[in-house]
Design a protein around this ligand. Structure first.
Ligand SMILES: N[C@@H](CCC(=O)N[C@@H](CS)C(=O)NCC(=O)O)C(=O)O
Length: 107
């Protein structure tokens, strides 16, 4: 079972949106940031930096909201949410995906 570690409304919404858009079955684990649950040993074992989101599947655990979105989209090519690898359209897709976290998030 796929598990999302989230606390809305934060960047975890990105991962949730992708899960919902792709129709993936998942369970939600709320990490209450105001109560400091992100600092528990249990959650630090999932995400060493203690931030949300993180995603745990049967085969891997990852963090970084954009990485989660890109991976989920790659796992479901039949949904056609991303341009084909190696195409000019894919280049632009990478550009804006990285721009979102590298340039938009900091400010
Ligand atoms: N680059 C990370 C940023 C994650 C992040 O900063 N999450 C915030 C919520 S938007 C958080 O969990 N903060 C908790 C804290 O700093 O204690 C991503 O996009 O996943």
């Amino acid at each position: 079972m796929t598990e999302l570690y989230e606390y809305p409304p934060t960047r975890s919404q990105r991962a949730k949106w992708a899960l919902e858009e792709l129709g993936i079955e998942y369970s939600s684990n709320m990490i209450n940031l105001q109560e400091g649950q992100q600092n528990s040993d249990a959650y630090r074992a999932i995400h060493p930096l203690g931030v949300v989101p993180a995603l745990k599947t049967d085969t891997y655990t990852i963090f970084e909201s954009i990485a989660i979105v890109l991976q989920l989209i790659d796992e479901h090519p039949e949904q056609n949410l991303a341009p084909a690898v190696g195409t000019p359209e894919r280049a632009i897709y990478y550009q804006w995906s990285v721009f979102a976290c590298a340039e938009v998030d900091p400010p």
